[in-house]
Design a protein around this ligand. Structure first.
Ligand SMILES: *Cc1c(COP(=O)(O)O)cnc(C)c1O
Length: 410
């Protein structure tokens, strides 16, 4: 395997991309699916925006540096990663807030239908946001139904207004068949919203081809936009004139600087904006996206798949790792860029790994999640991570009490 790992690194067409990132020397970072690494471009850009643009140009920056159009310009950089043609993606707010906009909009497009169908085990905020809309509008206008994954398709009926699904499951990494589910939902007149938090920048996407209605996604995971980076919204062009989202702030107005009394939505994707964008955060994300400009997403996906396969092959060579139960799909085509394992001591193992410079994350109740960001990880990193994991499992060092203390963010 030593040889193979070396060969894989030697033949890796994305190996040079690691130089685009600032990474600590003695760390193997397997948590790019929670918070992507810092790019050199973001670091430089944020300093420039702070020192020059804000520091020297002050209010003039909105025009001089086109801050005002940054939500759209950054959206245009994300669009190719989603398989979306121009004019359908915009960067703003968080996924949660954007889900509110899309859920209420989609419900208003479906008179006579009230059900929002989702899945058990979906990322909590997705379900929480539907619950909030249900409380706001009342059950006669919005009714959440979440069912087990296997039961989804039989729930596609003409009572359902909206199907809300996360493409790559945050716990297991399981990938839904976007094209098939979107098509089946459409056959029953259901509008579809996809959450792409663990997909964008990790797996190739074809939103236009799949005729997806709406989507949301995350700026701070695989897109490396920085802690709390703004999220994005995709809205298919065909819906632009049919919708009106309720967070009708001035930035989504047709002409914000006319300061008229009555709200009139902008045409196109801009209508999904609400308030003033955070330019520092947007600039960091915008710069980070330049790293993707020349990346072939199929090549990235190939590397991601090989990485997870190498991790599992190495794991299988070590009996001391057999207690870690894979909960991600065995078939690499059916999982995103992560591997999740359950273990009763998952939290402590995770903490012990972190002190040894290998950084995965823990997801309650008993899951260790390893994320593989192909732009900045090498195959040698995977091998080193397995070696560290082996030593921890062998020595049972995770049983020390200092590794049992839970902190606020896991
Ligand atoms: C990370 C993540 C989010 C984050 O939502 P925010 O409101 O942007 O914090 C939402 N959905 C999924 C599936 C996620 O993994």
């Amino acid at each position: 395997m030593q040889n193979t790992v070396q060969q894989l690194d030697d033949n890796d067409p994305l190996a040079h991309k690691r130089n685009a990132f600032v990474l600590p020397e003695n760390m193997i970072y397997l948590d790019g699916n929670s918070l992507g690494a810092l790019t050199r471009r973001s670091s430089e850009r944020v300093q420039e925006v702070v020192r020059q643009q804000w520091g020297q140009d002050l209010i003039g920056g909105w025009n001089l540096h086109d801050w005002i159009n940054l939500p759209q310009l950054t959206g245009e950089k994300i669009a190719p990663l989603l398989g979306a043609k121009s004019g359908q993606v915009i960067v703003c707010d968080s996924i949660s807030v954007n889900l509110f906009k899309l859920l209420t909009t989609a419900l208003s497009m479906q008179p006579g239908r009230v059900r929002v169908l989702s899945e058990q085990g979906n990322f909590p905020t997705d379900l929480y946001m539907v619950q909030g809309v249900q409380t706001l509008l009342g059950e006669q206008r919005c009714e959440l139904r979440s069912v087990a994954s296997e039961q989804l398709e039989q729930e596609f009926t003409e009572d359902v207004a909206v199907l809300l699904l996360t493409h790559v499951n945050f716990r297991s990494g399981h990938i839904h068949d976007m094209q098939r589910l979107t098509r089946l939902a459409h056959e029953k007149g259901i509008l579809v919203i996809w959450d792409l938090a663990h997909s964008a920048g990790a797996v190739p996407l074809t939103l236009d081809l799949c005729k997806v209605d709406f989507a949301v996604g995350c700026g701070y995971k695989y897109l490396n936009g920085g802690p709390g980076a703004p999220a994005f919204i995709y809205a298919a062009e065909k819906h632009h004139s049919a919708v009106q989202q309720p967070l009708s702030g001035w930035m989504g107005h047709a002409n914000p600087f006319a300061f008229t009394e009555d709200y009139q939505p902008a045409l196109g994707i801009k209508q999904f904006l609400t308030g003033t964008p955070s330019i520092l955060a947007l600039a960091a994300l915008d710069a980070a996206l330049d790293v993707f400009a020349d990346v072939d997403m199929h090549q990235l996906r190939d590397k991601s798949i090989t990485m997870t396969e190498v991790f599992l092959a190495l794991k299988d060579q070590h009996a001391e790792l057999s207690e870690l139960q894979l909960i991600s799909p065995m078939d690499s085509q059916c999982r995103g860029s992560q591997l999740s394992f359950s273990h009763p001591q998952a939290y402590a193992i995770c903490q012990a790994l972190i002190t040894k410079g290998v950084v995965p994350d823990f997801r309650a109740p008993d899951i260790i999640r390893f994320g593989f960001a192909p732009l900045y990880l090498s195959f040698a990193n995977i091998q080193q991570a397995i070696e560290v994991l082996c030593s921890i499992m062998q020595e049972q060092s995770f049983l020390q009490s200092r590794f049992q203390q839970k902190r606020a963010v896991t």
